[in-house]
Design a protein around this ligand. Structure first.
Ligand code: IPE
Ligand code: IPE
Ligand code: MG
Length: 254
């Protein structure tokens, strides 16, 4: 009856019912465009990274207030080690600063911190702040904030296969018993729902090795905004668009 207007009609009815847009359980964000933000201002790239913190706060607060269960922020990829040494060092120092400065805010908002990716290649000065933040926030229940640092979807799959193969070798697991569930349990995201919505800023339309296994049925939302310009309003735009998507998951709708 409503043809192509049906989803918009439903959205309007939802708004009239004050039920608002449907909120994803797990939001992943590929925070991209810091370098271009700085270049537009003829500033060094690190200025873009520094100004990204404000946007991180907007995303964390916006998701927490909307009732999102898990927010994953892609902060540093396994490929990002190939950047100039100075930029990598500054990114790691910013990460240290974030962990130290934001701990109070995470506690206040009942947010549990989790790290996705490998930690064995991170500079040792991160160990202390990382362990403190993980320990202090581990019982928080309001939202899980995953920071993907030295994270790559392929690297995660390699580590999962290695650990699975080790269990098979001991004889505790038959190869036939390997299932999607046993794989999920060995991923960095074990116990978390898959991302329903992945947002990427800066106009790039690719995953860049982000949550490759988990993104199987994620809705993708792209915006031209550069990450330091990201706001809660943009997050709500993404939620509205998410609410309008027809998530068939391979089925045929009635
Ligand atoms: C994203 O911004 C931050 C990281 C990948 C660490 P970029 O640094 O990739 O910014 P652009 O893409 O060069 O503009
Ligand atoms: C993706 O951004 C990684 C992070 C946001 C941490 P990049 O800027 O590294 O990705 P590419 O190079 O555009 O694929
Ligand atoms: Mg980039």
């Amino acid at each position: 009856m409503y043809g192509n207007w049906k989803p918009y009609f439903i959205a309007i009815v939802n708004q009239q019912n004050n039920s608002g847009p449907k909120i994803p359980r797990h939001v992943g964000i590929i925070m991209d465009g810091n370098g271009r933000w700085a270049r537009m201002r003829k500033a060094p790239r690190i200025m873009g990274h520094k100004n990204a913190i404000k946007a991180v706060r907007a995303a964390v607060t916006g998701c927490r207030e909307a009732g999102v269960e898990v927010l994953t922020l892609y902060a540093f990829s396994t490929e990002n080690w190939q950047r100039p040494k100075k930029e990598v060092e500054m990114l790691m120092r910013l990460f240290e600063e974030y962990l130290t400065k934001e701990l109070k805010g995470l506690q206040k908002n009942d947010i549990c911190l989790r790290i996705l990716g490998r930690t064995d290649r991170l500079p040792s000065y991160l160990n202390g702040p990382l362990q403190t933040s993980l320990r202090e926030t581990k019982d928080n229940k309001g939202m899980v904030l995953c920071l993907a640092v030295d994270y790559g979807g392929r690297d995660e799959i390699v580590r999962m296969v290695q650990s699975m193969a080790a269990v098979v070798k001991t004889g505790d697991l038959e190869p036939e018993a390997i299932s999607e569930e046993t794989i999920c349990q060995k991923m960095d995201t074990a116990g978390l729902p898959d991302p329903d919505l992945i947002i990427r800023t800066s106009g790039e339309h690719r995953l860049s090795n982000f949550l490759l296994w988990q993104a199987a049925y994620a809705e993708l939302y792209f915006t031209d905004l550069l990450w330091p310009d990201f706001t809660e309003a943009e997050l709500h735009k993404a939620f509205t668009e998410f609410g309008l998507r027809d998530r068939r998951k391979g089925k045929v709708n009635a």
